[in-house]
Structures are given as structure tokens and as C-alpha cells.
Design a protein around this ligand. Structure first.
Ligand SMILES: [Zn+2]
Ligand SMILES: [Zn+2]
Length: 268
């Protein structure tokens, strides 16, 4: 009976709220709802980034590491960009944020995992992830809390200002972070970094100078004792320049973080 009711419930949901894949437009009723936003066929076609670049000068750099000459002591240590900003990714992220389709965080976090572990070369960032998550080999032990505690890597989604959070009802970066966390076994912390200034979206600023001013002192580390000597992975959906991530890195490093890397879906 329960099974019967569940299937009726599922069919009603499909009628009221069909999910059409962002790639091919099909409503793949044979799949779980969370796998329909971007169906497995279209997920395979997503243009993942083969090469990573320095977050600042955007020139080639192994594994997205910040060049020595581009950094100072509080800079972002590197940035991993999962995919190219093509039509499918753009639409998926847009509808996730502005049509409030929370389920899209599932394929986006899957895409991140795929890009990280199917990359041709493994750099410092993957090494850190592998140690932290204890994703050891093909058989992969994902969740090893003991090892995670020793290495102490935490994932922090770029926070939204309270007003924006209340408007959207969720932080899109936190949902993606949760998806990545479920896959890699690295804890997500949303109580460490706060956005204290209600900035306008970086994409609505006209130049580099305005961007820097807009984001200057926008964040505050509320719990420095929780971040001391830890590796931090900053999660964001799309990055325009690296100024938002770098501003977060500055606050976290001032609070004593050992390293701060950015992880984003795509770069505009
Ligand atoms: Zn599809
Ligand atoms: Zn550089």
C-alpha cells in the first residue's frame, strides 16, 4: 500500500512539477528527480576545464595555483574552476539562483567532483582533498572522520548577506558545498565567515576598481579560533574576477587559516 501511495505521489509530483533537463529538455521519468536537472547523457557532454589558470593573472598555472609573483601573504592560494561557462552551465546556475530550483545543486556538485578527479594532472589542491577526504583509491573510502580531523580541512561556502539570504531563502553556494561534502567527506562550516556588507553583485560592477571597492571589508571571520592552522576550501557558484574569493581569503588568513583555495562551478 505504501509503495502504491508513493508511486501515486511521485506521479502527481511529475505532473505538477516536471523536471526538464537543461541540456536536452527531456523529462527523464526513469531517473530520480535529482538526476533529471542535467541528465546523465548531458552531464557527460559538459565542457569541463582541462587546464587551470592562476586566479589573478589568468595565465597558465599548474592545477590553478596562484603564481608566486601574483600573491601576497593573505592571497587566495589557488582556484579550481570545474567547467567552462557555456550555455548549459549558465542556464543551470541562473535558474538555480533566480528560479530557486534547489535540486540543481546535485548535478553541479557532481560536476565539481568529476572535474577534480578526472583531471589529467593532480596538483596541490587534489592532494589536499585526497588526504582530507580519505578518498583513497578506486575502491575509495570516502568518509574517514579520524583522518579528516588530523588534516583539518573545512569547506566554507561564500556567505550571502542576511538580506539576500532572506530574499532567496537559501545560499546557493552552501547547497553546492553540501553536495561536494557528501561526496568527499569534508565538513561544511557556515558559522565561521560572515558577510557584513550588503554588496551589489560583482557582475553588476563596471570595472576592477569598482569591484574591489564594492567587496572591500565585506566579510568578517566570526570564529578565528575555529580556523587556525586549517586548510579552507571556499565554495562559490560562478566567479567573475577572483576579488570576492580573495577578500574572503584575506579575512580567513588574518584569522590564522593555513591555506585557502577557491572551488567554483565556472568562471565568467
Ligand atoms: Zn539531458
Ligand atoms: Zn598569476
Amino acid at each position: 500500500m505504501q509503495k502504491f501511495l508513493n508511486s501515486i505521489y511521485k506521479n502527481i509530483l511529475d505532473i505538477i512539477f516536471p523536471i526538464h533537463c537543461f541540456g536536452c529538455g527531456k523529462n527523464r521519468e526513469d531517473l530520480l528527480a535529482r538526476d533529471r536537472w542535467i541528465c546523465p547523457d548531458c552531464l557527460l557532454k559538459i565542457n569541463l576545464r582541462k587546464e587551470q589558470v592562476c586566479p589573478f593573472c589568468e595565465k597558465e598555472s599548474e592545477g590553478g595555483k596562484t603564481h608566486f609573483k601574483c600573491r601576497d601573504e593573505t592571497s587566495l592560494d589557488g582556484l579550481w574552476v570545474a567547467a567552462h561557462y557555456d550555455k548549459l552551465v549558465e542556464k543551470a546556475v541562473h535558474d538555480f539562483k533566480f528560479k530557486f530550483f534547489r535540486g540543481i545543486s546535485h548535478p553541479l556538485s557532481g560536476m565539481m567532483e568529476k572535474s577534480l578527479f578526472e583531471a589529467e594532472e593532480f596538483g596541490d589542491f587534489q592532494d589536499m582533498l585526497l588526504i582530507s577526504s580519505a578518498k583513497e583509491d578506486e575502491e575509495g573510502i570516502y568518509m574517514d572522520e579520524e583522518r579528516n580531523k588530523k588534516v583539518e580541512t573545512v569547506m566554507i561556502p561564500v556567505p550571502l548577506h542576511k538580506r539576500r539570504y532572506n530574499w532567496r531563502g537559501f545560499n546557493q553556494s552552501a547547497l553546492i558545498a553540501q553536495g561536494v561534502s557528501d561526496r568527499l567527506g569534508i565538513a561544511v562550516r557556515e558559522d565561521i565567515l560572515m558577510r557584513v556588507k550588503n554588496t551589489k553583485p560583482q557582475s553588476k560592477t563596471s570595472d576592477g576598481e569598482e569591484r574591489r571597492k564594492n567587496i572591500d571589508n565585506a566579510f568578517d571571520c566570526a570564529r578565528p579560533e575555529e580556523i587556525k592552522n586549517k586548510n579552507v576550501i571556499l565554495l562559490d557558484d560562478i566567479c567573475t574576477t577572483s576579488s570576492t574569493l580573495n577578500e574572503c581569503a584575506k579575512e580567513l588568513k588574518k584569522a590564522g587559516a593555513k591555506s585557502v583555495w577557491g572551488l567554483v562551478v565556472a568562471r565568467r
